[in-house]
Write a protein that binds this ligand. Structure first.
Ligand SMILES: *[C@@H]1O[C@H](CO)[C@@H](O)[C@H](O)[C@H]1NC(C)=O
Ligand SMILES: *[C@@H]1O[C@H](CO)[C@@H](O)[C@H](O)[C@H]1NC(C)=O
Length: 290
């Protein structure tokens, strides 16, 4: 195992060199024979490792594929497991290759600074249109990067939250920032969605935080998009935009139209009324309850 993982690190280094056009990478020292795998940032020159982006982009290259295959026995199912895996290497925020189950790799943006959260949604600049259909919400869209907007995809969220049911459930953490840079959060210490056949039905409970429990009426709701139905006329058109576990109330929709500070904003979290129409940043992320 140690042998294989140190080879994996070596291949990450090789992939990095490849990405940066330094293909004559043959001089990397073999770390495989050392008793304790101890590969540090300076050893591999990873100080300028582009936060996983290059590795991600080149993941279909032979080296990227090789690097992934070599570490497949580690079973790192989410960002927290990547962070806590015994391989001592530099683990910056960025996109990582996760294996929550035996299916294909799942790429997700990891927040490593705060203990390894797997980010499932992010709104930071409004460049990505969230008025997407079922298929887009299923597979995910946007740009997975710390400075961009994206939805990880219901299929991926389902895979993550249902992978090992014998372990602790996932906590969902929602972070909201207003135009005035005030930050609030809501956490749910039980979060899981069902599969597509069950409309990615939401199972959420056990709120804590200071943003208020705007999800209190959503437990057990099916996922839907504004293309799937014209229901819920009690809510405004902007509320109904995007995809969410919509119901007849209008308490929350973090995938609505992004127009903070204009007096019209489809990003709704109505238990923080002072931030109505002014939520400028949202992050939804998960980590196993510990
Ligand atoms: C709800 O939260 C409390 C306090 O954090 C915890 O003791 C309890 O186990 C949680 N319940 C569920 C269902 O997650
Ligand atoms: C959520 O999951 C728990 C545990 O499987 C189950 O008992 C509960 O009925 C589910 N709730 C909803 C609303 O689906």
């Amino acid at each position: 195992m140690k042998m294989r993982c140190s080879r994996w690190i070596k291949n990450i280094a090789l992939t990095w060199l490849l990405c940066n056009g330094l293909v004559e990478a043959g001089s990397q020292e073999d770390q495989g024979s050392t008793e304790k795998t101890e590969v540090r940032k300076r050893d591999l020159g990873l100080g300028v490792f582009p936060r996983g982006d290059c590795l991600f982009r080149h993941s279909t290259s032979v080296l990227g594929l090789f690097a992934r295959l070599l570490c497949s026995d580690e079973g790192k199912g989410d960002c927290e497991e990547v962070l806590k895996s015994p391989v001592e290497t530099y683990k910056p925020n960025g996109v990582y290759d996760l294996r929550p189950d035996s299916n294909a790799a799942l790429f997700a943006l990891c927040d490593m600074d705060e203990g390894g959260w797997t980010i499932i949604q992010q709104r930071v600049n409004g460049k990505t249109d969230f008025s997407s259909d079922w298929e887009d919400y299923k597979l995910g869209f946007g740009e997975m990067n710390e400075n961009e907007d994206f939805w990880l995809g219901n299929e991926n969220i389902w895979r993550l939250t249902n992978a090992v049911t014998t372990r602790e459930p996932y906590t969902l953490r929602i972070e909201l920032t207003s135009v005035g840079k005030e930050k609030r959060f809501a956490e749910y210490s039980y979060f899981r969605i069902e599969n597509e056949a069950n409309k990615y039905r939401l199972n959420i409970s056990n709120y804590s935080g200071n943003a208020g429990d705007a999800m209190h009426t959503y437990n057990g709701m099916d996922f839907s998009t504004n293309y799937d139905h014209g229901l819920f006329d009690s809510c405004s058109a902007s509320y109904r935009s995007g995809g969410w576990w919509f119901n007849q109330y209008c308490h929350a929709n973090l995938n609505g139209v992004y127009k903070p500070g204009t007096g019209y904003n489809g990003i709704v979290w109505d238990t923080w009324p002072e931030a109505m129409d002014t939520i400028s940043e949202v992050r939804m992320m998960i980590r196993r309850k510990d």
